[in-house]
Design a protein around this ligand. Structure first.
Ligand code: SAM
Length: 268
């Protein structure tokens, strides 16, 4: 697998400050090296690639692009893709990867709730559960309206998130579980144990990732995730002017069912 040569830059910026004091996402969660080494070979890339327009002159926009995990391979396939994210350190690593590949990708450091870009796009997508960071309905509506105003006539909007599972939450609240064990490109052995507490009033799952680095306890990192129940998300998309063309339950385009882990939307 391609190894990216970039340095670990500790992210001093706490994401919670960008959202609201009562929602928390810890620094290590979006530390570029720790993030990338955890998220290799996911099934979402082939899915999103399948939905790209066949015309490679089409303009594509990835919202919440992070380290460019999806942006870079799409650009390498010849697509004209731009990325938006508000975490400077994640974008920095995306830029370094793009430049190592000789790719000229436009990256914008911006909040997707206040999107104001100079172009319109044929396809916009918000992948990899990123909408779970939109904690209040107003945040989600602002983001969806921003997508609408940046889409060309007839353009496509794709997104994915979890299908909330009550069983998963009940089990997750009972005990801490190891969810990852890996080595980063900069040589750190990482183990993550997960604990959670779901708040039914706000629909926020207060997740904690307990990080152990090189065999030592490092820190507890918060990963608050707002859950979206299937009927509400369908309605929110419709209310903001989207037509749902497809709703899948997995990246192999399985039908969305009671047992689906994911909600994956293709909208116009
Ligand atoms: C789960 S990561 C996904 C990154 C990338 N798309 C991927 O698939 O690997 C979520 C990203 O969303 C970004 N993010 C969360 N809320 C945001 C917002 N309101 N505006 C811009 N970026 C946001 C975070 O900084 C983080 O990089």
């Amino acid at each position: 697998m391609k190894q990216w040569n970039y340095q670990f830059v500790p992210n001093q910026q706490i994401l919670k400050d960008k959202i609201n004091g009562s929602y928390k996402v810890g620094n290590l969660i979006y530390d570029a090296n720790i993030y990338d080494a955890m998220n290799t070979d996911l099934a979402d890339l082939p899915f999103y690639k399948r939905w790209l327009p066949t015309n490679q002159d089409a303009r594509i926009l990835e919202l919440c692009c992070g380290t460019g995990r999806l942006t870079i391979p799409m650009a390498m396939d010849g697509y004209n893709i731009s990325g938006v994210d508000y975490t400077a350190s994640m974008l920095e690593s995306a830029k370094i990867k793009a430049s190592a590949e000789g790719l000229d990708i436009e990256f914008f450091e911006a909040d997707i709730r206040t999107l104001d870009l100079p172009s319109k796009y044929d396809l916009i997508f918000i992948p990899f559960n990123s909408i779970h960071h939109l904690y209040k309905n107003e945040d989600l509506f602002k983001a969806f309206k921003g997508v609408k105003s940046h889409l060309k006539e007839g353009g496509l909007f794709l997104l994915d998130c979890f299908n909330p599972s009550i069983q998963f939450i009940v089990e997750g609240e009972k005990e801490q579980k190891e969810i990852a064990r890996y080595t980063t490109d900069d040589g750190r052995n990482v183990v993550i144990k997960q604990a959670m507490k779901y708040e039914s009033k706000t629909q926020i799952n207060r997740i904690e990732w307990h990080y152990f680095i090189n065999g030592q306890f490092d820190s507890i990192q918060n990963l608050d995730m707002r859950l979206f129940f299937p009927q509400e998300l369908d309605s929110y998309l419709k209310w903001t002017g989207f037509t749902i063309i497809q709703k899948f339950g997995g990246f192999d385009e399985q039908a969305f069912t009671d047992h689906s882990e994911k909600q994956i939307f293709v909208c116009r």
